[in-house]
Design a protein around this ligand. Structure first.
Ligand SMILES: Cc1ncc(COP(=O)(O)O)c(C=O)c1O
Length: 440
């Protein structure tokens, strides 16, 4: 039986009325999304207020890794909220348990964490840690990087959106190119495993730009917002070595790449990385607002009491979510599942690419993949104008997708990790139908 069902063209009548009301009162400043009003969701299926049913390839924005409204997560957060909603910096059992469970789930060298509420906040915290621990202020980050919209996070980022017309950015940020196998004019991606030319180039940029106050490097394991750009194998390991050779600390931004998304609990596990600081968000609460920064006792010890604090960080409900999500991840082996379902799904997406003149690249691992749209597969000229028709076309046939990309030309494939083969088959068929009708 078909899972999806969409009656008529979107938005449906109730959605249309609610969207009008919404825009009257809340500023319409978010990105373009399918024109529907979500009513409820379970697992991988979203229902709108008009009763239409969709398969979800967005997971919000790579958030609901354990599936929408997982019953265990709902139950545990309901129980916690009935007992205690907030206690600021004071201890509560939920927070203690969450910290214990999170540190146990992290690679061994990361033996301390601190809870916050959003991904951007963890970037601010990581930046402060790198500066305080080293006593220096310069941070190396990457073109195409996205770390959030607060001032440090936007400054560190290498996407135009978050900082365009918000200058000046933070002093001391040195942005480097990120190796992109699909767009590699200097052939850096082919230089593995040493990437000699690339790291020589980094040395020369550092020599020209640093004032001699190097604190750290921040990098995503793959660049999400830039279009799910995965660096060549071995590059992250070399970057870690390079960072240490300069006496800097390494922060790995796993806000979106963790919690099984890439087919491992942490993306750092694919190359056995040992970053000094890791930022965690999104999947950690699978819909509940919580984030964390993880590091070593030694690094955290550079802060004195009161230097890191947050009004809502570590609140009982968010903490209950952290524990519940980790229990679900383990119980349902969701990292392995992501790996397995990704392997099932990716060849089907490549088959669609072979049949579509505009789908230039399918890349990714586990259940995080990017579909890059181009005007011409030879020139690889980006085709951002195709993204809106794809999002709308998919929604009208029962599939929710979102867009990313340095050039705004990449569709995200990032369903909840609980997606089934049947759901993959139906959703890929919907995308195929939309691609067949796509025209520039
Ligand atoms: C890698 C990465 N870091 C940081 C952030 C910022 O997280 P938040 O939107 O929760 O502040 C995001 C959000 O998309 C992200 O993808």
């Amino acid at each position: 039986m078909k899972i999806t069902r969409v009656k008529g063209r979107l938005p449906g009548p109730k959605s249309r009325e609610l969207l009008d009301r919404w825009h009257r009162f809340e500023a319409d400043v978010v990105g373009f999304q399918a024109p529907i009003v979500w009513e409820s969701a379970s697992g991988c299926v979203v229902t709108d207020v008009d009763g239409n049913r969709y398969l979800d390839w967005t997971s919000g924005v790579l958030v609901t890794n354990v599936g929408h409204c997982h019953p265990h997560l709902v139950e545990e957060t309901q129980k916690a909220s009935a007992r205690l909603l907030n206690n600021y910096e004071c201890a509560n059992e939920y927070r203690i348990r969450a910290a214990e469970c999170l540190v146990r789930a992290l690679p061994e060298h990361l033996d301390k964490c601190f809870f916050l509420s959003t991904g951007s906040e963890t970037i601010e915290a990581a930046t402060r840690l790198m500066k305080r621990k080293t006593g220096n202020f310069e941070i190396v980050s990457f073109e195409g990087g996205f770390h959030g919209r607060t001032t440090s996070a936007a400054s560190l980022g290498g996407m135009p959106g978050p900082k365009h017309r918000y200058g000046p950015t933070l002093p001391g940020v040195i942005r480097m190119p990120f190796p992109n196998p699909y767009r590699d004019p200097y052939r850096w991606c082919q230089e593995g495993p040493e990437f000699r030319g690339y790291f020589d180039f980094l040395d020369s940029v550092l020599m020209a730009n640093s004032t001699g106050s190097l604190a750290g490097v921040i990098v995503e394991p793959y660049q999400g917002a830039a279009g799910f750009v995965f660096p060549p194998k071995g590059w992250l390991r070399k970057l870690e070595e390079w960072t240490r050779s300069k006496g800097m600390l390494l922060t790995l931004d796993e806000v979106q790449s963790s919690y099984g998304r890439t087919g491992a609990m942490w993306a750092m596990q694919h190359e056995a990385l040992t970053p000094d600081i890791v930022t965690i968000g999104k999947g950690i609460g699978s819909g509940v607002a919580v984030s964390a920064v993880a590091s070593t006792s030694d690094i955290f010890s550079c802060l004195s009491k009161g230097e890191m604090s947050s009004t809502l960080g570590g609140n009982p409900v968010a903490s209950a979510a952290v524990t519940a999500v980790l229990e679900i991840m383990e119980e349902e082996k969701l990292a392995d599942r992501a790996e397995c379902m990704g392997r099932y799904m990716k060849p089907k997406l490549w088959k669609l690419a072979d049949q579509c003149d505009y789908l230039g690249d399918v890349r990714g691992m586990g259940l995080v993949m990017g579909l890059e749209f181009v005007k011409d597969k030879k020139t690889r000229e980006p085709a951002p104008e195709l993204i809106r028709p794809v999002i709308e076309g998919c929604a009208n046939h029962g599939l929710l997708v979102g867009a990313v990309g340095m050039y705004g030309n990449v569709i995200r494939v990032a369903p909840p990790l609980v997606i089934t083969e049947e759901e993959i088959d139906e959703s890929v068929a919907i995308l195929g139908q939309v691609l067949r009708e796509l025209k520039i």
